[in-house]
Design a protein around this ligand. Structure first.
Ligand SMILES: Cc1cc2nc3c(=O)[nH]c(=O)nc-3n(C[C@H](O)[C@H](O)[C@H](O)COP(=O)(O)O)c2cc1C
Length: 324
């Protein structure tokens, strides 16, 4: 369970930074994995408006942190926190650069009709601070957040906004701050953390494990949070598997095979599903482990991959009948 915090103020240790850090500290104590992106220092290149993503499904700017890392983190995140100061009644330019680049994810969703496996459960939260007391201070920011969260397949669940907060550290004097953070943890973090975790492991993590994790997440995401891992991670996911999932409307873009430690992030899964031969003889992490004897596809043609997906669905149905 990953919370991704997008810190949109260029002012280090400022009010936005302080608010986000206080929330993420509490969320970490509750058991979530947390990661902050200092957006102003991330080196994200602004959208060119070239339309490439609408005809290719990926961004033409392939070599900056957005394409190399941040799209992947947005896909892994269960909760995305967009945190920004009010700048001229809008979000900061720094955060807007990141949001505009998400036109690629908008294209994947609305032009390519692909659904992210976490779409049904991912949440979005907005934090914002402003110096003045203006009535409409956050109106524009709410609208931008609404359409940003929609593009990244997150349900806009909650906003914390503060007026009259100007000098560095002024946010700490907001009387409701601790209660607001606790309320946000209760409302958005704890329900996500209550789900059981299921890790799928296959030898190279390129096809069977990520496919099983995505299918399981899409079908049972309210009860479980899935992950996938490999004993010896391949360099990329199987292209045939990505295509097969795309034909079923599932977006596997911006995901890569992961080593077991990377997938665990220090936690122990409630259940580990070992897929393939030989893997079950190894010591596996997990409070429970089961084996799925789905063989490796030697010729991953379309029919074979589609057959694998059906076999995974059958195994999953049986598993979820007994898994509490
Ligand atoms: C470029 C700029 C524009 C701002 N525009 C507004 C504004 O329109 N309304 C407002 O109330 N405060 C405005 N502020 C004040 C900031 O929102 C406020 O000081 C906030 O606490 C800064 O957050 P930070 O410490 O996270 O950077 C602006 C500040 C800057 C630097």
């Amino acid at each position: 369970m990953l919370i991704l915090g997008l810190q949109g103020s260029p002012r280090k240790g400022g009010n936005t930074d302080t608010l986000l850090a206080a929330f993420l500290e509490k969320a970490g104590q509750a058991g979530a994995a947390v990661k902050t992106i200092q957006v102003a220092r991330a080196g994200i290149v602004p959208c060119k408006g070239c339309g490439y993503c609408e005809t290719h499904g990926t961004c033409v700017i392939a070599d900056d942190p957005m394409s190399m890392e941040l799209f992947g983190l947005l896909r892994q995140a269960d909760l995305v926190v967009a945190a920004t100061p009010v700048y001229f009644y809008g979000i900061s330019a720094q955060l807007k650069v990141l949001i505009d680049r998400c036109q690629t994810l908008w294209s994947r969703k609305y032009i390519y009709k692909l659904k992210d496996p976490l779409a049904a459960t991912r949440k979005g939260v907005l934090f914002s601070v402003a110096a003045s007391e203006g009535r409409q201070l956050f109106d524009g920011i709410h609208l931008t957040a609404k359409y940003f969260f929609d593009a990244i397949d997150a349900q806009f669940s909650h906003a914390l906004t503060y007026r009259g907060v100007e000098s560095k550290g002024a946010i700490r004097r907001q009387e409701s701050l601790a209660a607001d953070i606790d309320g946000t943890i209760q409302k958005t973090v704890l329900p996500l953390l209550r789900r059981k975790t299921v890790l799928f492991i296959s030898p190279t993590g390129a096809c069977r494990a990520p496919m099983a994790a995505a299918v399981a997440q899409g079908r049972f995401g309210d009860r479980i949070r899935t992950g996938y891992a490999a004993l010896r991670p391949a360099s990329e996911l199987s292209a045939a598997m990505i295509l097969s999932m795309q034909q079923a409307g599932v977006d596997m873009g911006y995901r890569t095979p992961q080593a077991i430690e990377q997938a665990l992030k220090g936690s122990t899964p409630d259940l580990t599903v070992a897929i393939g031969n030989g893997i079950d003889n190894l010591p596996l992490p997990g409070k429970q482990t089961v084996k799925w004897p789905l063989p490796e596809l030697l010729s991953p043609d379309e029919a074979a991959i589609d057959g694998l997906r059906l076999a995974i669905e059958t195994q999953l149905d049986a598993l979820m009948e007994t898994f509490e």
